[in-house]
Design a protein around this ligand. Structure first.
Ligand code: NAD
Ligand code: UFG
Length: 331
């Protein structure tokens, strides 16, 4: 059987680099494209160490039509896993045009070239941020959509474009709505490298653990949750990329959005406690005011992923913390 070639956009990023490893190990040939705007080839060095060879990489921007044309001319793709995009919520509020241009504009160019070359099979990185903040968790895929920041709006707009495209039965489209990805590959060679001050909770806790920052700022302890702090559904990055393989192999025409989480909810204080006991180190923290735009609770109903993809998360939160810690302390 000939090996299927898949295009991975944003494949030198945090989740994309784990996906390149997982798809290669599952027997696919991957071609990664990335403009390196939020990553570097260090991630690919890590990928090479894990696999024992270097997968194909072409540097370029998904908004660059000539670049895309060159790549689609060079390789006969079976389908696309689309990670490329900017993801910082705060930055998106300051630079909405950049976010719409990069995420929406780039995706349109990508879908255009796919259509031109008859490549109509795609798995897209969406986010739980597309759910309207008034929904009550656990969130199901049919709940009301609505966003509170430009980053989230770009994800929702791209979902809508894909839904429109998939009215043509030749297209097979899955949007995976990620909850909170954490952790790293168990080898310690690839993981999350936040640029500047981490926005996300676990990378921030890790910075405190390695002594880079004094204490974790806990954004509010007056939410209507178990201990008053924000509750989220943290999904291991290796489980997350496994879900992409299952989603890719689920061939159905049309458009299907699917939650990818664990269904387990963890508060900020519980996460700090879990890290302390996993790495046997005290993590200082201070309760501060709520962060604007945050919601109290966000966790998934994961029944659809189980039903359609036969996928369920298998790693524990302790596994994710230990693998994340292994990666951070190796660096
Ligand atoms: P990341 O920033 O590590 O990876 C994204 C990659 O896309 C980067 O390597 C960046 O250089 C590349 N890129 C950005 N714009 C590009 C363009 N125009 N052309 C080519 N390459 C471009 O982010 P990640 O955490 O790996 O996230 C991957 C995807 O998953 C993103 O679309 C993100 O929005 C989505 N997502 C992430 C999270 C999360 O918490 N990490 C949650 C939900 C959804
Ligand atoms: N938190 C802190 N201190 C920090 C960082 C976070 O207390 O320094 C709290 C937040 O208030 C929240 C929880 O930890 O209660 C998780 O916060 P993250 O920033 O790690 O994650 P969010 O759920 O806010 O956001 C993530 C992604 C977004 C995405 C959203 C919904 O970062 O890109 O999930 O999918 F839009």
């Amino acid at each position: 059987m000939t090996q299927k070639i898949i295009l991975i956009t944003g494949g030198t990023g945090y989740i994309g680099s784990h996906a390149v490893v997982a798809f290669e190990q599952a027997g696919y040939q991957t071609v990664t494209i990335d403009n390196l705007s939020n990553s570097s080839l260090d991630a690919f060095d890590g990928v090479e160490k894990i696999l024992g060879y270097r997968p194909i990489f072409r540097q370029g921007d998904i908004r660059d039509w000539d670049f895309l044309k060159g790549v689609f001319f060079e390789f006969a793709f079976d389908g696309v896993i689309h990670f490329a995009g900017l993801k910082a919520v705060g930055e998106s509020c300051k630079k909405p045009i950049l976010y719409h241009n990069n995420n929406v504009g780039g995706s349109i160019e990508l879908f255009r070239i796919m259509e031109e070359y008859g490549v109509r099979h795609i798995v897209f990185s969406s986010s739980a941020t597309v759910y309207h903040p008034d929904n009550q968790s656990p969130l199901t895929e049919d709940m009301r959509l609505g966003t509170t920041n430009p980053y989230g709006t770009t994800k929702l707009v791209i979902e809508k474009i894909l839904e429109d495209l998939a009215r043509d039965a030749q297209w097979s489209v899955i949007s995976l709505r990620y909850f909170n990805p954490i952790g790293a590959h168990p080898s310690g060679y690839i993981g999350e490298i936040p640029s500047g001050i981490p926005n996300n909770l676990l990378p921030y806790i890790m910075d405190v653990a390695i002594g880079k920052r004094d204490k974790v700022l806990v954004f509010g302890d007056d939410y209507d949750t178990r201990d008053g702090t924000g509750v989220r559904d943290y999904i291991d990055v290796c489980d997350l990329v496994d879900a992409h393989i299952s989603a890719y192999e689920y061939h159905d025409s049309g458009y299907t959005p699917i939650n990818i989480g664990t269904g387990i909810w963890v508060s900020v204080l519980e996460m700090i406690e879990l890290v302390q006991s996993a790495i046997d180190q005290t993590i200082s923290y201070e309760i501060t005011s709520r962060r604007s735009g945050d919601i109290a609770e966000c966790y998934a109903n994961v029944s659809l992923a189980k039903k359609l993809l036969w996928w369920t998360a298998t790693r524990t939160i302790k596994d994710s913390i230990m693998n994340g810690w292994n990666f951070v302390s190796n660096r």
